[in-house]
Write a protein that binds this ligand. Structure first.
Ligand code: FNR
Length: 353
C-alpha cells in the first residue's frame, strides 16, 4: 500500500475516532419559530426536488469521503446502495488516487455500478489539471464535479501542497473546459463572503460551504503526523452557520449547499430555512455504515427524513419552496459575527416574502 492509499484509510479511521470541533457549527445560536396552528398532513409533506436535472427525494447529499485505496470499495458500495434506495445524491472521495494508481479505480467505479441512474458527484482537488478532472468525471459518469478547497489541511500534512498561486486560475480554466457543472466545496473550514464573491465573478454557479464544527482535518492530520504542524489551526475556520449566511449574503443566483458538522434534523431544517438548496453530511453517515450493512444507513436516513418533515410541520409548512419564507432568529456569537461583517440579518426574523 502506497502513502496515498494509507492516507485514505487513515482519514476514515481517524475521522471516526476523533470528535467534532473544537469549534462549534453555530447552529445552536439559531432558533426556528414554533407555529402552534398546524396547516398540513404529515403524509403530504413534500421534500422532493430536482438537482442537476435529476429528481431526488430529499435535499441531502452524502458528501465526499472515500475510495482511492484497495479495500475501500465496501464503504462506497454501502453508501451508493443507500443513496439509491433513499433517492439522494452521493459524492465520492477525491479521485486523484485512482488517476495515479489504476488499481484503486474500482473503489470509485462501484458507486456508478450500484447506482446507475442516481445523482453522483466526482471529487478532486481544485488544483488538478483539466485532463485529470475529465478522467475523474468519466470514471464514474458523474453528473457534477466537486472541487475541494482545503488549504489548512494541506498545510497540516507534511506531504501536502504548498503552492496555491495558480488555484484561482485553475478553477477558472476547469470551469471553462469541463462538461459537467462544478461545485466548489470546502472540507470543514468554511467559505467567506470574499471567497464567494470571487467565485461568483468567475462564473461558478454551485458552492458547498463546508464550514467548521464537524470533521476537523487539521486534527486528523495532526494525529497522522504525531502532532507535527501548527496547533493553532485546530480552531481555524468559519463555523458552518456563519459561513452559510455569509455565503448566502453574496451568492446572488448561485446555488448554495450547507455542510460541516450537520448531524441533526433541526440543523438540516435551519440550513434550508436560511436558504441552502440542500445539506451535505459526511462523517455521521460513515459512522453508520463503518461496521454495518447498508440497510442500517437506509433506516437511519428514512428516520432522519421523517424527523425533518415533522419539524417542517411545526414551523407551519409542508413544502420545501416555502421554507425560505419561515422566520429564523439569529442570536449570540453568530449574530455578533454577522453584524460585525455588516450582513443584514434582521429580515430573517420575520416571515419573508
Ligand atoms: C472527507 N471529506 C472529503 N472532502 C472532499 O472534498 N474530498 C475528499 O476526498 C474527502 N475525504 C474525506 C474523508 C473522510 C473520511 C471524511 C469524514 C471526510 C470532507 C467531507 O466531504 C466534508 O466536507 C467534511 O467531512 C465536513 O462534513 P462532516 O463530516 O462534518 O459532515
Amino acid at each position: 500500500m502506497d502513502l496515498r492509499e494509507k492516507r485514505k484509510w487513515d482519514h476514515l479511521k481517524y475521522s471516526l475516532e476523533l470528535s467534532s470541533g473544537p469549534l462549534s457549527t453555530g447552529f445552536s445560536d439559531l432558533y426556528l419559530v414554533h407555529q402552534a396552528l398546524g396547516t398540513a398532513d404529515l403524509d403530504s409533506v413534500d421534500t422532493g426536488l430536482v438537482l442537476f436535472g435529476k429528481k431526488i427525494r430529499f435535499p441531502l447529499i452524502i458528501n465526499a469521503m472515500t475510495g482511492g485505496a484497495r479495500g475501500l470499495e465496501v464503504f462506497n458500495k454501502r453508501l451508493a446502495i443507500a443513496a439509491r434506495e433513499c433517492g439522494i445524491p452521493l459524492a465520492v472521495g477525491s479521485q486523484t488516487a485512482a488517476i495515479k494508481n489504476p488499481d484503486t479505480r474500482k473503489s470509485f467505479e462501484i458507486v456508478r455500478k450500484m447506482n446507475p441512474q442516481g445523482l453522483v458527484f466526482a471529487n478532486l482537488s481544485a488544483l488538478i489539471p483539466y485532463q485529470q478532472a475529465r478522467e475523474a468525471v468519466e470514471m464514474i459518469e458523474a453528473d457534477a464535479l466537486q472541487l475541494h478547497l482545503n488549504l489548512p489541511q494541506e498545510l497540516a500534512m507534511p506531504e501536502g501542497d504548498r503552492d496555491f498561486s495558480k488555484l484561482e486560475e485553475n478553477i477558472y480554466e476547469l470551469k471553462e473546459k469541463i462538461q459537467v457543472p462544478l461545485i466548489i466545496k470546502e472540507v470543514g473550514f468554511g467559505l467567506s463572503r470574499e471567497t464567494v464573491l470571487k467565485l461568483r465573478k468567475m462564473g461558478i454557479n454551485y458552492v458547498d460551504v463546508g464550514g467548521a464544527g464537524g470533521t476537523n482535518f487539521v486534527a486528523i492530520e495532526r494525529v497522522r503526523s504525531q502532532g507535527l504542524g501548527n496547533e493553532d489551526l485546530l480552531t481555524w475556520g468559519i463555523p458552518t452557520a456563519v459561513s452559510l449566511i455569509e455565503t448566502l449574503s453574496t451568492a446572488g443566483e448561485m446555488i448554495v449547499f450547507a455542510s460541516g458538522g450537520i448531524n441533526k434534523p433541526s440543523d438540516i431544517l435551519k440550513s434550508l430555512v436560511l436558504g441552502a438548496k440542500a445539506v451535505g453530511m459526511a462523517a455521521p453517515l460513515l459512522e453508520v455504515i463503518y461496521e454495518n450493512e447498508e440497510k442500517v444507513l437506509i433506516d437511519y436516513l428514512e428516520d432522519l427524513f421523517k424527523q425533518v418533515k415533522e419539524l417542517m410541520l411545526l414551523i407551519g409548512t409542508s413544502e420545501l419552496k416555502q421554507l425560505k419564507k419561515c422566520p429564523i432568529i439569529i442570536t449570540g456569537f453568530v449574530r455578533e459575527w454577522l453584524e460585525a461583517r455588516g450582513i443584514n440579518i434582521q429580515s430573517y426574523a420575520y416571515t419573508r416574502e
